[in-house]
Design a protein around this ligand. Structure first.
Ligand SMILES: Cc1cc2nc3c(=O)[nH]c(=O)nc-3n(C[C@H](O)[C@H](O)[C@H](O)COP(=O)(O)OP(=O)(O)OC[C@H]3O[C@@H](n4cnc5c(N)ncnc54)[C@H](O)[C@@H]3O)c2cc1C
Length: 431
């Protein structure tokens, strides 16, 4: 029996494993193996909410082992650290509680690379050391503790000196992650002030700056969406510094090309995505950001046994100048495509080409505000939506992911328990 190994259980990989497990694994038609470095999955577009304390990861996460049993695939926890294409094996490294590492070999007939992306610091001095990254649950949780610590620290310094003070949070990169995080931090600071976690002014006591190297926020998205988002952020007192290039990150400030340094008690780096070097050294073509180039069946250009999808893959549709962006929508559609294409390829049947259908973008700015630019086939300009309807679209996108990996009954149960948890709490973590 053939073995399909999926490396990475994120937005794309877990959904693909569940679908292939159901179609092939449960029926004994193929071995489906999912590898991830963590034991649980959390949908990555929620990480800024984890960083702001709006979302408890343990209430929203999914156990890979549980999913494996339900859907008929095998789960291997460990880090994919190298690949031998000649004998088709992956090296999986695990660390024991004693700190010792173990390497095991995992054989495949077909390999799907779905390891996502990681933070790109563009070689800016001090960025890796002093800026926080949101590319994993532990990273987002650490960012939350650093923001809360900064609010508390500045608050007690202000009390001791008996004068008003401000905590400053700098977010480098005004893409979807940075923009949504800025709004969440504003809301977080307000709520923590209401509950007495800090005594800074709920509006003016936290300076939030979005620092963007290009001339607009939300680069690559509809300009009307960007304009509406800018107005909304400014109304929330968030400063947007455009055409501003960070040249160095220090523990307490950012150095800016051609301007005075900007104070930052906490710096969060959301400026770019790169891919783990593990994919750069295996004889496959990669882009400048380390994304593996794939063709229109998502197979790598050099090796028909290896596919790649999601953030770690670079796919440029025919006739387009740019590769598809690193977005959940792309990863989701590619997972659905591969779940249909792989069983056909395995059975020696012809497979259709992958076609991306852009459905638009959603930006969630705080509890009661979201903005959307929705697209549909044949509609050239799309629709601009905001308010309750946009919030509903945002919720539906996440719930669709939960539905895809949990099934209907569990998705409903999870939604209810998450709603209950939110109703009973303050809306933001207070610890
Ligand atoms: C804070 C934040 C907010 C975002 N908001 C949005 C949004 O609003 N809209 C949108 O469209 N997109 C958003 N994105 C981008 C979106 O999350 C990604 O495009 C999407 O998750 C990509 O899916 P993926 O499956 O390729 O990778 P991921 O979802 O990142 O999954 C990769 C998986 O691989 C595992 N892994 C990584 N390396 C290894 C290894 N070496 N060995 C084993 N396992 C490994 C990881 O643990 C992870 O489970 C956001 C991203 C972030 C960080």
């Amino acid at each position: 029996m053939k073995t399909i190994v999926i490396a990475g259980g994120g937005t794309a990989g877990l959904q693909l494993a569940a679908r292939l497990g159901k179609q092939l694994g449960k029926r004994g038609l193929a071995n489906i193996v999912l590898v991830d470095r963590y034991r649980t999955h959390l949908w990555k577009p929620l990480l800024h909410e984890v960083a702001a304390g709006k979302l408890e990861p343990y209430i929203h996460h999914t156990s890979f082992a549980l999913q494996a049993r339900r859907y008929g695939f095998r789960f291997v926890q460990g880090e994919f650290t190298s690949l031998n294409r000649d004998n088709r094996t992956l090296a999986i490294t695990t660390a024991g509680s004693d700190g010792a590492t173990h390497v095991t070999a995992l054989a495949y007939d077909t390999l799907v690379l779905a390891i996502g992306g990681t933070t790109q610091y563009f070689g800016v001095p001090g960025a890796r050391e002093h800026a926080l990254a949101l590319d994993s649950v532990p990273g987002a949780e650490y960012a939350r503790t650093q923001i809360v610590d900064a609010l508390r620290r500045v608050s007690s310094q202000a009390k001791a000196a008996d004068r008003p003070a401000r905590a400053s949070v700098a977010i480098v990169g005004a893409g979807a992650t940075g923009v949504q995080l800025a709004a969440q931090v504003r809301q977080m600071s307000r709520v923590l002030s209401q509950y007495g976690i800090h005594s800074l002014d709920p509006e003016r006591g936290t300076e939030i700056r979005l620092v963007e190297a290009s001339g607009n926020i939300l680069p690559g998205m509809d300009h009307r969406l960007a304009d509406r988002t800018t107005a909304e952020l400014q109304a929330q007192g968030i400063q947007i510094l455009l055409n501003t290039r960070v040249t160095e990150v220090r523990p307490d400030c950012l150095h800016i090309a051609g301007a005075a340094p900007v104070a930052a008690d906490v710096t969060i780096w959301t400026a770019g995505v790169t891919v783990s070097p593990v994919l750069s050294n295996i004889g496959l073509q990669v882009t400048r950001n380390g994304r593996v180039r794939v063709g229109d069946t998502l197979q790598t250009l050099e090796d028909e046994h290896i596919y790649a999808l999601g953030d770690c893959a670079s796919f440029r549709p025919a006739g387009e100048l740019a590769e598809l962006p690193t977005r959940a929508q792309v990863a989701h559609q590619q997972a659905i495509y591969l779940a249909r294409a792989l069983p056909r390829a395995l059975a020696g049947k012809p497979v259709a080409r992958f076609k991306f259908q852009d459905r638009g973008s959603v930006i969630s700015l705080a509890d009661d505000m979201a903005l959307c630019h929705l697209l549909a086939p044949g509609v050239s300009d799309g629709w601009q939506v905001q308010g309750a309807l946009a919030k509903l679209v945002h919720a539906v996108i996440y719930r669709r992911h939960v539905l895809a990996i949990q099934g209907f009954a569990r998705a409903v149960a999870m939604t209810l328990s998450q709603r209950l948890e939110r109703l009973l709490g303050a809306g933001y973590r207070l610890d």
